[in-house]
Ligand binder design. Structure first.
Ligand code: ATP
Ligand code: LTN
Length: 330
């Protein structure tokens, strides 16, 4: 039997989750939850590194929790919780900020992208964000971090900080590994296949898990395509079609070869129609379940409270060791 790993991952409660978050992150989590010790977090302290409206943030936290459950995360198998319910994340985030170097954080592409997008009033928190993400991961002796490709650089930093801490203060942290999907680790925008599909992008860039069937169909039918003809998988020469094929692969289970065989001679329109149908069929039960959980706030609250208690117990034990090894406190 394969070794039981400890998994940690999270999604920011900023807007609705999209099919990129699903394929890159959530889908892996669901597959991994039965055979590993898993913690899945709603990282609200990360969300506030860019401006948030308190009412909307509260709603997005609940909505993200409902999405976790709707895609098939089972609170009997994994721990689902909100980051700010476990204060040790913030404490270790501070500590990791003292272990990380300015030059390391300056290299982070997510910071550079988001700072550029925001133009002015960029918060210090946006800059130190990767130190907090390292804390999230290291607090639970995590061995595996299932994420999309855009988070690889952050996980690499967590590895560096774990090693540096261990060298300086004695063996304290496990050095974790990122795992990403073989295909679909970076789903691209529907309206611009050169940029990553993102929660904070245009409405047309993403298929949100909350989108109604007609919205999904419209977005797919209007998605940008490549010049030329033919359905073939070639992310360099045909980035737009390859991206749509990747989504098709994930919602139908068909291999790229089968998709090429079935649609090779057909036009983009026919392929998009089939993709829209398959995506609607795949996402409809998820959307309905999400709506059901959103109506049952009591149950959501019970699950998040119980998740926070489980995570807090583990985090508290770990932080005591960390403080001791660093020489903090009395
Ligand atoms: P934002 O636009 O607010 O930064 P986001 O869409 O990048 O949001 P996150 O909350 O930052 O979403 O990411 C949650 C998880 O989804 C992470 O593991 C991330 O790597 C993954 N992910 C995000 N976008 C994609 C994508 N386009 N393709 C595959 N995985 C993705
Ligand atoms: N930085 C990630 C979200 C995130 C995360 C984590 C992912 C915060 N803490 C710990 C994995 C493990 C993002 O922007 N997607």
């Amino acid at each position: 039997m394969a070794k039981r790993e400890t998994l940690f991952s999270g999604i920011q409660p900023t807007n609705q989750t999209h099919i990129g978050n699903y394929i890159g992150a959530l889908k892996q989590w669901v597959e991994l939850q039965s055979s590993n010790n898993c913690l899945f977090c709603i990282v609200d302290l990360h969300a506030i590194t860019v401006p948030q409206n308190p009412e909307k943030l509260r709603e997005d936290i609940r909505s993200t929790a409902a999405t976790y459950l709707a895609v098939g995360l089972d609170p009997k198998k994994c721990t689902i919780f909100v980051q700010s319910d476990v204060p040790e994340h913030a404490e270790l985030g501070w500590i990791m900020g003292t272990v990380a170097r300015m030059s390391e954080l300056e290299r982070m592409t997510q910071f550079k992208d988001k700072a550029k997008k925001q133009k002015e009033n960029v918060s210090v928190g946006l800059f130190t964000y990767p130190a907090l993400m390292s804390a999230d991961i290291l607090l639970y002796d995590t061995t595996i971090v299932p994420v999309g490709e855009d988070q690889m650089q952050h996980v690499e930093l967590a590895r560096t900080l774990a090693r540096r801490f261990n060298t300086q203060f004695g063996e304290t942290f496990n050095v974790p590994h990122a795992v990403i999907q073989k295909t679909g680790a970076r789903i691209m925008s529907l309206d611009d296949p050169k940029t990553k599909m993102s929660k904070s992008g245009t409405l047309a860039n993403a298929i949100f898990l909350s989108d109604a069937p007609d919205v999904i169909t419209r977005k797919i039918m209007r998605a940008v395509t490549d010049s030329g003809k033919g359905i073939s998988f070639d992310p360099t020469k045909k980035p737009a079609i390859s991206n749509l094929m990747t989504i098709f692969h994930h919602v139908t289970g068909d291999s790229m070869e089968k998709i090429e065989q079935d649609f090779g001679n057909k036009g983009y329109g026919d392929f998009k129609k089939a993709l829209a149908e398959a995506t609607v069929e795949y996402l409809t039960p998820i959307r309905k379940k999400r709506e059901m959980y959103m109506k049952d706030q009591k149950e959501l609250d019970r699950i998040l409270k119980s998740g926070a208690e489980t995570a807090h117990k583990k985090a508290l034990k770990k932080i005591v060791t960390i403080r001791k090894n660093m020489g903090l406190g009395r």
